[in-house]
Each structure stands twice: as C-alpha cells, then as structure tokens.
Ligand binder design. Structure first.
Ligand SMILES: Nc1ncnc2c1ncn2[C@@H]1O[C@H](COP(=O)(O)OP(=O)(O)OP(=O)(O)O)[C@@H](O)[C@H]1O
Ligand SMILES: [Mg+2]
Length: 459
C-alpha cells in the first residue's frame, strides 16, 4: 500500500525461490526490501541499517528463525517480525508469537495474505517478548472439553493437536466438512484453547437469514437506518469484541455481504448499517462450510479473495464413514449420555447392532449417529441395544444389504414416501432445513413449500 511505501523489510529464508518471490511481491506493494539467506547474514544487515520489519522462515540451517527472533527482540525491539512456517513446524511459529513475533504465515500463502499481514504489522506497535516462560505447555481448555471430542482416528487426532497449536493466533480459521462432522464443536474448542477463552464466543448461521437481516445481525444498525429499525442494534461482530465469532455456512452469503465481510477482515473495523464512523473491532473469526469452496469459486458464487482471507488456517474434518474406527466409541459415548439423561440403565450395544451401524453410510455423520442412538435408547427396555431398537432398522438394514433406499421396506404412495423421507432427513439434520434440502437434492424453497403443503393437508 502506498502509505507504507517508506518501510524497509528484511526477508530471511534459505530457499532462494522464496526470497525472490517475497521480494518481488513486496516490491510491487511499494516496499523497500533486502534479503538474507540465513540468521547470521540477517544479523549483519540489521547491524548496518534500520529495518521496520523482518519476515523470517522458521526452519533454517545453523541459526533457526526462533533464535533470530530472540536476537532481534533483544537488540531491536522496535522491529516487527513475521515468521513463515510450513504445516509441520507450526508449533515453533506459534511459540514465536509468545516471544514477540507479530504473526506467522502458513506456507503456502498467497500474495494477498502476505501483503495483508505486512500492512497489519505496520499498523500495530511491536510488542515486547512476553515474560520468561517460553516453555508454557499448550493450553488445555478450562472445562476439559477436549474430552468431549471423541476420536481415535489418526487424522482427527492430528487435527486436534493442530488446532490446539493455532488457537493462540488471531488468524482466521476455515473449518470444512460434511454436515454433522463436528465443525462447531471444533470451533468452540479452538476458542476454549485460545487466550480469548474468557471472552464471548458467538455464532451466526449465514444460511439462516435473508441478506438484509443477516447484515444487521452481523454489523448492527443505527436507529432509523431503515424502515423498522426502531432501535439501535449491536451486531455480532461488536458483541464478540475480544472474543471469537463463528460464521457458520459462510459460503451461503450473498455477494454484497461477502464484499462487506472481506472489508471487515482486511481493515479490522465494521460499518454499522446507517452508521457514520467505522468501528474498530478485535474479533477472531472462525468460518465453516459444508461445501467445496473451490467449486463455488469456479462457479462464481464465492469470492476468491474472501476465500483466501478466511482460509488462512484450513481445518478439514473427515466424514464419519472415513473414520469408522470412531463409530463404536462415539456410539458408546452417546449411549451413556442419553441413557443417563433419560434415567435409563443401558450398558451396551449388541455386536449385531454395531455390525449394522458399521455398514451404514452416515450422510448425517456424527449428528445422525447421535440421533439414532438417542432414539434407540428410548426404544430399549433392557440393558442392551438390539438391532430391533434401532429406530431406523429398516433403512439401516436396507442400506446394509445394498438396497440404497433410505425407507427400506416402506410401502405407500409416492406422496407418503416423500413426506416420510423429508421428515426423516429433517430429523437426521437436527431440523436444519438448509442441510436437509441439500441432502435431499432439492432447493430450500421446494422444501418449505412441501412442508407448508403437509401442514395444510394435515390441519
Ligand atoms: N468427535 C465428536 N465427539 C463427540 N461428539 C461429537 C463429535 N463430533 C460431533 N459431535 C456431536 O455431533 C453433533 C454435531 O456436531 P456439530 O454441530 O459440531 O457439527 P457441524 O459439523 O457443525 O454440523 P453442521 O454442518 O450440520 O452445522 C453435536 O451434538 C456434537 O456435539
Ligand atoms: Mg454447525
């Protein structure tokens, strides 16, 4: 950006391609740059002239980026430092933040993200390295709720470790995964592990509201901003100040709102509807999607620049059918939970029941499993869940035998079948119409019309 044109940046990386790429990108942004290929070289240059910012790789031969950071913070406390890291060494980068680094960039990163982070660094005062304790262990959430995230799947365990490490950072996280895979649960966990744990965690479902309402829900509005705005309203961004805001199904936002959100993420301030002055905000944004963002970008439905802003830290949750080793422990967890909640004393799931569950496709993932276990708890008179207690016995059995008809042996008119299928899908999705429509392959409007039709016919 032109107003930071006089800033001087030192780029430190042992890979020549990286040095050249970053140098080129920052020059194009109007910055003055120099490059060093290792820590010792960097220190020599720092002794010779004043740099406003150092961008350094973490992993370099001889002197690591972290050692360089320590030197810089000791000798030139007014020089900002941004670390660069690959997925595998992110622990070190996160650790660096505690030692006074401004932020870190996760490789590979776009020029946009590089430029954005650099500009933010120039807008903020360098922080001194925090008090001794660089050995502080990864924070665990206060209430021990990682314990509620049940998994023994390798990918999921790595994911948990990963989000514990990035919880410190303020960077935006994009969690993707099919419906019911635990995206919101992971978002809450990140918040609990973060220094923001004592501040609010708020969620907005971007698919649930029409554009105008969503806009004032997010950004708030002034009194009289539009017809019906009888009182001033604080938006979720303001209410989540210093905390975390979860933007659920972010890909469902309309293009004008996508543009507004992009601005908020870039400028760290919001424009209230009908407001005069932008309001500065400090909110960590976590977004979720159960769609394939890349595909939506290709279709022109989702802004690519917004995608890169949101996807600074990507987290992908595998569907349940790709981690079936989790099924028995999840089923057992939900069995105990619902047995307790319903004052029942059910202690186990019969092997035949588990065998059936193991063959099911789980389009509604963990949520669907929980719903089925909950219902079977209600149906079970004894202490063991038998196949007969699976409310969905027919459909589970049908799928298990390769007859992929969710209604199994259902007999009836097409109307009845369709009605049954719609209600079953709504149950699977916890009454989430957007999800249900998606699973059923119909538009949400069609779904609403059908539900109204049933209501009329049956009243
Ligand atoms: N690993 C897990 N261990 C225990 N419970 C889980 C796990 N994953 C998901 N759940 C439970 O399953 C339900 C669905 O999870 P969550 O709401 O986080 O899913 P989601 O991905 O946000 O779904 P959607 O896309 O439909 O919004 C919740 O009740 C959650 O507590
Ligand atoms: Mg969710």
């Amino acid at each position: 950006m032109a107003d930071h044109a006089s800033k001087k940046i030192l780029i430190v990386d042992d890979e020549p391609e990286m040095r050249i790429a970053i140098t080129e990108a920052l020059k194009r942004e109007g910055h003055q740059t120099e490059a060093a290929e290792n820590g010792a070289d960097a220190l020599l240059r720092l002794e010779g002239e004043v740099f406003d910012l150092v961008i350094s790789d973490v992993k370099m031969p001889k002197m690591s980026g972290q050692e360089l950071l320590r030197e810089i913070k000791e000798q030139w406390p007014h020089t900002q430092v941004i670390m660069m890291t690959a997925y595998g060494t992110i622990d070190n980068a996160v650790e660096s933040m505690k030692q006074g680094a401004f932020d870190y960039l996760l490789k590979p990163f776009s020029i946009e993200i590089l430029a954005g982070t650099v500009n933010r660094a120039f807008l903020s005062e360098p922080e001194p390295a925090s008090a001794p304790a660089p050995e502080t262990p990864t924070p665990k959430p206060k209430s021990g709720t990682a314990g509620e995230m049940i998994t023994q799947n390798k990918t999921m365990l790595e994911m948990v470790k990963f989000v514990e490490n990035i919880a410190y950072s303020k960077s935006t996280v994009l969690i993707s995964g099919e419906t019911g895979t635990g995206k919101e649960m992971v978002a809450r966990y990140i918040h609990q592990c973060s220094p923001r744990a004592d501040q609010p965690f708020l969620a907005v479902n971007c698919a649930a509201l029409p554009e105008g309402l969503l806009e004032s829900e997010l950004f708030g509005h002034e009194k009289g901003a539009f017809t019906g705005a009888i009182a001033k309203k604080e938006g979720k961004f303001e209410l989540a100040h210093k905390g975390t805001l979860l933007l659920d199904e972010v890909t469902e936002m309309t293009p004008p709102l996508q543009a507004k959100l992009l601005r908020v993420l870039q400028e760290h301030e919001i424009d209230k509807v009908g407001g005069r002055e932008p309001i500065p905000i400090d909110v960590r944004v976590i977004a979720t999607t159960n769609r394939e963002p890349k595909q939506l970008i290709d279709e022109g439905k989702f802004r690519e620049d917004l995608y890169y802003r949101l996807n600074v830290i990507p987290v992908k949750l595998p569907p349940l059918r790709e981690r079936m080793e989790d099924l028995p422990i999840l089923a057992d967890h939900f069995l105990k939970k619902h047995s307790r909640e319903n004052g029942k004393n059910i202690s186990s799931i019969a092997p035949e029941t588990l065998a059936l569950l193991n063959k099911y496709q789980w389009r509604g993932n963990v949520r669907e499993l929980e719903n089925i276990i909950e219902r079977s708890v209600l149906m079970c008179p004894g202490d063991t869940i038998e196949p007969a207690h699976l409310f969905m016995e027919d459909s589970v059995a049908a799928e298990a035998t390769g007859n992929n008809n969710a209604l199994g042996s259902f007999r009836g008119t097409i109307y009845q079948m369709e009605r049954e299928l719609i209600f079953k899908t709504l149950e699977e999705t916890g009454n989430n119409k957007t999800k249900a429509a998606e699973i059923l392959g119909i538009s949400i409007r069609t779904l609403r019309n059908k539900l109204n039709e049933y209501k009329e016919k049956e009243s």
